[in-house]
Design a protein around this ligand. Structure first.
Ligand SMILES: [Zn+2]
Length: 331
C-alpha cells in the first residue's frame, strides 16, 4: 500500500467516454398535464398512480433515454396511470458532451429541496420552481421510480431511502423488482430531503413507496439498458404493465441474489488533501476492521468494522465538508 508521504496521488477520474447520446426530448415538451415535459398515460381503470422520473440530475441521460423510448414504444397501462416526468429540463438544456458535468443542475441540486421547509419556504431557484410545479404530481403518486446514474463507474445500485424512515419497505419492494444486485439503505443527505424520502414515501406505515435506481456510470451504454430494464420490471410489479409487454423487452439478466447494504456513516473530507488509500470502484468489501482506506491531513481513515462496504467513493467534488465515501454493512 502506498503511504501518503510517498507522494501518493489521488486516483483521478479519467475522462469518461460519452457512449450515450442525449435524446432530443422537445417532442415531449407540451405533455398533457399542464406541466411541461410531463406526460400522463391513464388506463381509465382502477389501479395505482405510478410515476417514473428522469433527469433529476440533468447530466444523467440514461433516464431520458428510457422515458423517450417508452413513449415511442407506445406503452399503454392496463390499469391505473403512469406519469412520466423529465425533471430538471433547464439543466438538461445545458447538456454539452465536451463539458458533461455542467448540466447536473443550474442553481442547486433538485434532489435536495423536497422537504416542506424548502418547498414552502421563501427561497427561490430554477430547481425550486420546477420542484414546486411537480410537487402535486409527486404527492399524488403511489409508486415512484427515480432514475439516476453515477459519476464513477460502478455496478447499478437501488437506493431505497433511509433506515427506519421507509427504507425497509422500499428495500422489500426492490427485492420484488428483482434488480439490481445491490440495494442500499442510507442515512439521507444533510443538505436536504430527496424526493424518495418525501412525505408518505418516508413513512414506514404508509404503503406508498419510492425507489431510486443508480444505473451505472452516467454516460456508459449499459446505463441506458439498466434504466429501460428496471423501468419495465417496476411497471410490471406495480400492475400497470402487462407481462406480455414487459417480458420481450427486458435486456438485463437479474442477479441470483440481491445484497442489501445498510449505510452506517459517511466519510466527510476535512481537508482538500483527502486521498483514498488505493483506487476504489465502489462496492468493495474490506474484510478487516481497522484497515486504512484514506488519508485526510494527519488523519488515517480506517474501516470501522469487519466487512465494511465502500459505497460510491468519489473525490470528484472534493472540498472540506463533502462526503467522499459512505460506509455500510452488507446482508
Ligand atoms: Zn443523480
Amino acid at each position: 500500500m502506498t503511504s501518503p508521504s510517498a507522494g501518493h496521488v489521488n486516483p483521478r477520474p479519467q475522462e469518461r467516454a460519452i457512449e450515450l447520446s442525449a435524446p432530443d426530448i422537445s417532442r415531449h415538451r407540451a405533455g398533457n398535464t399542464g406541466v411541461e415535459y410531463v406526460t400522463r398515460l391513464d388506463s381509465g381503470r382502477p389501479g395505482p398512480a405510478v410515476t417514473v422520473q428522469a433527469l433529476t440530475h440533468g447530466n444523467e441521460i440514461c433516464g431520458a433515454i428510457a422515458l423517450d423510448w417508452l413513449l415511442r414504444e407506445n406503452f399503454r397501462p392496463q390499469a391505473g396511470s403512469l406519469t412520466l416526468v423529465f425533471a430538471n429540463i433547464a439543466a438538461y438544456a445545458r447538456w454539452d458532451p465536451a463539458d458533461p458535468d455542467r448540466s447536473r443542475f443550474v442553481e442547486e441540486d433538485y434532489n435536495r429541496v423536497w422537504g416542506d421547509d424548502a418547498m414552502y419556504g421563501t427561497r427561490d431557484s430554477v430547481e425550486l420552481r420546477r420542484a414546486r410545479a411537480l410537487r402535486p404530481i409527486i404527492d399524488a403518486t403511489d409508486y415512484l421510480l427515480d432514475i439516476h446514474s453515477m459519476h464513477e463507474p460502478c455496478d447499478p445500485i437501488m437506493v431505497c431511502g433511509v433506515v427506519g424512515k421507509g427504507g425497509e419497505k422500499s428495500a422489500a419492494y426492490a427485492r420484488r423488482v428483482g434488480v439490481p444486485g445491490h440495494l442500499l439503505m442510507d442515512t439521507g443527505h444533510p443538505a436536504g430531503l430527496r424526493m424518495i424520502e418525501r412525505g408518505p414515501f418516508g413513512d414506514p406505515k404508509d404503503s406508498r413507496t419510492a425507489i431510486l435506481i443508480e444505473c451505472g456510470q452516467h454516460w456508459e451504454a449499459a446505463a441506458a439498458d439498466v434504466a429501460i430494464d428496471t423501468t419495465l420490471r417496476f411497471l410490471e410489479l406495480t400492475g400497470i404493465a402487462a407481462p406480455d409487454f414487459v417480458q420481450p423487452r427486458l435486456r438485463v439478466t437479474p442477479p441470483a441474489h440481491q445484497h442489501l447494504i445498510t449505510v452506517t456513516e459517511p466519510v466527510v473530507a476535512r481537508t482538500r488533501e483527502f486521498r483514498f488509500a488505493e483506487y476504489y470502484r465502489g462496492l468493495e468489501v474490506i474484510p478487516k476492521a481497522g484497515t486504512p482506506i484514506g488519508y485526510d491531513g494527519d488523519e488515517v481513515i480506517r474501516t470501522p468494522y469487519d466487512n465494511t462496504v465502500l459505497v460510491m467513493p468519489s473525490v470528484a467534488q472534493l472540498q472540506p465538508g463533502t462526503t467522499v465515501v459512505r460506509l455500510g454493512k452488507i446482508s
